[in-house]
Ligand binder design. Structure first.
Ligand SMILES: *Cc1c(COP(=O)(O)O)cnc(C)c1O
Length: 360
């Protein structure tokens, strides 16, 4: 009776090993909802990846979490170092890391004043220096990076672990941008030869490594690691109830009625799980909408597509999803699943909280 993620274990683990093998120096990312798996489960899996270093050819001595608050979920399940992706600031969780975890943390520094502040507090703190990319999220400009390099040199800081670049998710090549940023860092006299990057293809990494043979490029990977083999992942929802409905009969929170007869299905999965409304239909043009209206279709009557499907057919929500369940409409003529049966759901893994994750 749940919204469940079922993982084909052997296939998923084979994909994880292959991804690590193809990305030497990989830094697995586990943040937010843990890509649907939870951060704790992923942290255990990162430990497992590290233990398979002989097979993959790459130790996994570092994993990344998103925020300071997330450290605790990873720290008890993974023994290596923990990179926090959200930049350090002199407030909140960043300055309250428990001592037991503190020595394993690698901070992300995106402002010169934060580098001074962090190392005033802890001269031995470990950190990466984030450069501003075309994402324009966090990071230092070329001038600021040069200033940071001076701080590192003047204070003889031992904790510099590398540069960090967060690149956009686009199809165009990142090589020009990365080359410019690495050249900026070299010109700034930064005393590190490690660059942490995101969203580069394997081919781009290979080319960068040949352009900068004395540098080590370490890819931070979340989505392509955990969710890269979608065929290994199945999401299902349990049918909780079924009610036959005649045309015109009322149902639901708002007492609306059905323009045609069929069945009302109550299934697991609602707003608390991250189940949301889908776009009404693929047909967005005014002409297409007018044609749908003329046909008197269900979507014309205001029923929207749901992410749930039965026998391969995507079904309409009978009304917007409830907190933990959703009501679907099954038109007469279609097979009505039994109570207790599982049906398929399409979800965004990064926005879904499953009741159950079953790894086979
Ligand atoms: C989330 C994140 C990643 C991983 O992104 P994916 O698209 O899930 O691989 C890498 N770097 C930073 C800074 C991030 O915030």
């Amino acid at each position: 009776m749940s919204l469940r993620l079922t993982v084909d274990g052997p296939r998923w683990r084979a994909h994880l090993l292959a991804t690590a093998a193809g990305h030497p120096g990989i830094v697995p990312v586990a943040k937010g909802n843990g890509y649907g798996f939870t951060i704790g489960r992923l942290a255990r899996r990162v430990q497992w990846l590290h233990e398979h270093a002989e097979q993959t050819g790459t130790p996994v001595d570092l994993m990344a979490v998103g925020t300071y608050r997330e450290l605790a979920q990873a720290a008890s399940r993974y023994a290596g170092d923990l990179l926090v992706l959200t930049p350090w600031r002199p407030v909140g969780g960043a300055v309250e890391v428990p001592e037991a975890t503190d020595h394993r943390v690698v901070h992300t520094i995106s402002r010169v004043q934060d580098l001074r502040d962090l190392t005033d507090r802890d001269p031995g703190a470990r950190f990466v220096l984030e450069q501003l990319t075309s994402m324009r999220r966090h990071g230092m400009t070329r001038r600021e990076l040069a200033e940071a390099a001076e701080v590192v040199a003047d204070r003889r800081l031992p904790g510099l672990r590398g540069l960090a670049l967060h690149l956009p998710l686009n199809n165009a090549s990142h090589l020009g941008e990365v080359t410019r940023l690495v050249n900026d860092a070299v010109a700034a006299g930064i005393a590190t030869r490690t660059v942490f990057v995101s969203h580069l293809t394997r081919d781009e990494l290979v080319r960068l490594r040949s352009t900068y043979p004395d540098f080590s490029f370490r890819p931070r990977i979340g989505t392509d690691l955990w969710l890269g083999d979608r065929g290994a992942l199945t999401v299902t929802s349990t049918v909780l109830d079924v009610h036959p409905l005649d045309r015109g009969e009322a149902f639901g929170y708002r007492g609306r009625s059905m323009p045609t007869s069929g069945h009302l299905l109550v299934v697991s999965g609602g707003t608390a799980h991250g189940i949301g409304l889908e776009a009404p239909s693929g047909e967005q043009s005014i002409r297409a909408r007018a044609a749908t209206l003329a046909r008197g279709g269900m979507d014309a009557a205001g029923f929207v597509r749901s992410p749930f499907s039965i026998d391969g057919k995507q079904r309409l929500f009978a009304e917007p999803p409830h907190m933990q369940a959703s009501m679907l409409f099954v038109p007469s003529g279609a097979r009505v699943p039994a109570i207790g049966e599982d049906i398929d759901v399409r979800v965004r893994f990064t926005a879904t909280d499953f009741d159950d994750v079953v790894v086979g």
